[in-house]
Write a protein of this length. Structure first.
Lengths: 212, 212, 212, 212
DNA sequence: AATGAATGAGGATTCATTCAT
DNA sequence: TATGAATGAATCCTCATTCAT
C-alpha cells in the first residue's frame, strides 16, 4: 500500500474504506461485518483502519452520512421542479419511490439510534445531524413551496415525522424470517403484510395532507 | 420450589416469570438482563425457565403481549366514549398521553423487530401479531366512529402508521448519551431535541387529519 | 466429561484445574498461558473453567495458595525438631534449601502483587493472606523457640522480611536473557551474578542474627 | 522542531525525553504510558523518539539510571559524614527516609526485572548495572567505615540485600485495591498492613546488625 | 418437573515498532 | 534528522442454550 501522505490521499483512503463498508453492509447485516474484513477488503491492516475511523460505529456513521447525502440529493432534484399546488400524494410518491431502491439505506437508518449512536463521538454524531438538519431545512422549504398550505417551518417538521415513519415502517415491512413465516401461515395477519413503498406513500401522503 | 403439575400452576409460573422480566426491563436495558437473573429472581433455576419459555426473545415477546394488551385496554377505555366528530387532535392527545407514562413499553416495541422477532418461533410471533391485529381492528373501529370521515378499514391502517411513528420517533426523542451531548453542544441541532409526547401528538394528529 | 454434581466432584475438578495451571506455569511464563489452554488440558471447555475460577488471576491465586501451603508444610516439618539455640545460619540454610527446589513457586510469588492481586476478588486474596498469616505465625513461633533471643512476635515479622527478601532477590538471581548476557559480558558486573540459594541464606542469616 | 545536529543537542533531547517519561511515570503506571504521549509531550513525533531510545523499556531504563543516580547521590551525601561506630539503626533510618519521599522510584525498581530488562539491550542493562555497581561499592565502603565490624566487601553485599528488601517490601506495603480491601475487612490480616518506611527501617537495621 | 453443570461462539481495540518519505 | 502512516499480534470473558441427572 502506498502511504497516504497528502491530505487528499487520506481523504481518498477514508472514502475507499467507506465504500468497502457500504458494500459489505449491502451484502450482510451489520453484526456480521467485522473490522478485520473491512480492512482486508480495502487492502489495509486492521490497525490502519483505526487510523481513519475510531470505532466501527464511527465508520458506519460516516457511511450513513454519505449515503444519506446522496439520497437527499436525488430527492432534492426530484422535488426541485415541483410547482406550487402539487398534490401531497405526488410528493409522497416521489419520496417513497426514491427509497424503494435503497433498502440498505433504510436498514442503516434503523440501527442509527440503537447501535451507531451508542459508540461514536459526539462530534461525529453532530456532523451527521448537522447534515441532516441542513437537508431537512432545504427540502422542507421545497415542500413549503409545493404545498403552499404548509406554514413556514412545517416542512422540516413534516420531514422529521416522515423520517420516523420510514424507520418504524421498516420493522413492519421487512419481517424477520420467523415473522415472515408467521404472517404467511396465518391469513388473519394479512394486515401486517405491508408493502413498504405503498404503505409509506400512503402514510406520508396522509401526514402531508394533515400537516397542511 | 413446588412442582407445577396442574395447568394452572404452570400458567402462574409463566406469569411470575413475565412479571420478573418486565420488572427487570424497566430497570435496565434488554442486553443487561440475563436469563440467569430472571430465573433467580423468580426463585427458579435457569433450566426451569427454559421449560416455560424457549428463548429469551420468546420470554420478552410474551411480556410485550401482556403489556401491549394492557396498554390497548387502557386506550380502548379512553376511546370508548368518544362521540362522532371528535377532533383528531383530541384523539392524538389521548394516544400520546397514554404512552407518555409507559416509556419502557416503547423501548420494548423498538426491539421487537431488530431483536425479539429474530429468535422467536413463528407461533409466538403469530400470537402477538394476532393480538395486535384484534386490537388494531377494534380500536380502528372506534376511530372510525369518532372520525366519521375515515373510510371503513382506514382506522386500523391509521393505527398501524401510528405504530410506526411511535417506534421511529423514539429513536429521535431518546438520544443516546453522545447524541444528547451533540445536540446540547450544537444549538443548530435544536431541531432534533424532540419531546416525545408533544411530537407524537402533533404527528398523529396530522396523520389522522390526513387520513380522513 | 462426567458432570460434577456432588460437592466432592467439584472440589476434584477445581483441583484438576489447579494442577493443570501449575504444570503449565512450570513450563512457561504466566503471560504465555491462556485460559483456553488450561481448560483444554483439563478436558473442559473454556466456559466451564470459568464456573470454577472467576478470572485467570483467581485461578493462579488458588494455585499459589496450594503450593505455598505445601512449601510451608515442608518447611514446618524441617523446623519442627529444632532445639533452642540452633544457630541462625542453620535455619537460614533450611529455608534457602527448601526454596532452592521450587523456582516456579518463587516466580509465582513475584507476580502476586503486580498481577494476581490486581484482578482477583478481595475474598480470594483474603483467603490466601489468611493462610499465609496462619503459617507465618506458626513458623514464627517455631523460630522463637529455636532462637530464644527473638522476642515474642518477632518470629513472624522476621519471616515477613524474609518473604520480601525472597521476592526481591529473585529479580537479581534470575536475570532475564539480556541481563544475563550483560553480566556475562562485563566482568565488572560479577557482583550481580547472584546465586539465589547462597545469597538468600546469607541475607536471611543476617536478618535473623540482627533481629535477635 | 530544530534538528539536533551536534552531539550536545542530541544529549539535550535525550534528557528532555527522559524528563517527560519520568514526569508521566510519576502520574500514572507504566502500562498507562504510551510512546505516543511521551513523544508528543516532548514536542516530537513518535518516530523521532525511537531515534533516541530503541524501545520503551530502554527509555525507562535510562530514566531509572538517572533517578537512581540522584538518589544515590543524596544518600551518599547523608552517609558521608558518618563517624565510625554509628549505630545500624541510624543508618537504616537514613536509607528508609531517603526512600520515603521517592515512591515512584521504588515503583520503577519493581518493574526493572519483570518488565524493563525483558526488552532492552544488554548494553543498556550493563550501563545501568555498572552504575549501580559503582555506587554500591562506594556506599558500601562508607558503610564499612560507619560500621567497622563489617568486613571488607560486606558493605556492598549488605546494600544488595537491602535492595532486594526494598523491592520485595513494596509489594506488601502498597497493596492493590482489592488487596487493600481484603486487609481492611479482615482484622486478622493486620499483619499485612505494612508501613513501608517503618518496616524497611526495621528490616534494614536487622540486616546491618546481623551482617556485622 | 426441576436442576445446574457444561458448552463454545464471538471481536473490537491498543500500541510498540518499523520504515517510506 | 524528522515525520507519521502502516502494521498486526494478542485474548479474556459472557451468557444463551442444552442436557445429564
Amino acid at each position: 500500500m502506498r502511504r497516504a501522505v497528502r491530505e487528499s490521499d487520506k481523504a481518498e483512503r477514508r472514502q475507499a474504506l467507506r465504500d468497502v463498508a457500504w458494500r459489505l453492509f449491502q451484502e450482510r447485516p451489520y453484526e456480521a461485518i467485522n473490522m478485520q474484513d473491512v480492512a482486508a477488503e480495502a487492502g489495509l491492516a486492521k490497525g490502519t483502519l483505526y487510523l481513519y475511523f475510531a470505532t466501527k460505529e464511527e465508520l458506519f456513521l460516516s457511511v450513513q452520512e454519505q449515503q444519506f447525502a446522496a439520497w437527499f440529493d436525488a430527492l432534492d432534484a426530484h422535488l426541485a421542479g415541483l410547482a406550487p399546488g402539487t398534490p401531497p400524494e405526488a410528493i409522497a410518491a416521489l419520496v417513497a419511490d426514491s427509497l424503494a431502491g435503497a433498502p440498505a439505506l433504510i436498514r442503516l437508518l434503523t440501527i442509527t439510534h440503537a447501535v451507531l449512536e451508542r459508540n461514536a463521538g459526539p462530534a461525529s454524531i453532530a456532523r451527521l445531524k448537522g447534515l441532516m438538519r441542513d437537508r431537512l431545512l432545504a427540502i422542507g422549504a421545497r415542500l413549503e413551496v409545493a404545498l403552499p398550505t404548509l406554514r413556514p417551518g412545517q416542512g422540516a417538521r413534516a420531514l422529521l415525522h416522515g423520517y420516523a415513519l420510514i424507520v418504524g415502517l421498516h420493522g413492519l415491512a421487512e419481517p424477520t424470517p420467523p415473522a415472515r413465516q408467521a404472517i404467511r401461515d396465518n391469513p388473519d395477519l394479512a394486515l401486517f403484510a405491508v408493502d413498504f413503498a405503498a404503505e409509506l406513500q400512503s402514510a406520508l401522503a396522509a401526514l402531508l395532507r394533515g400537516q397542511a
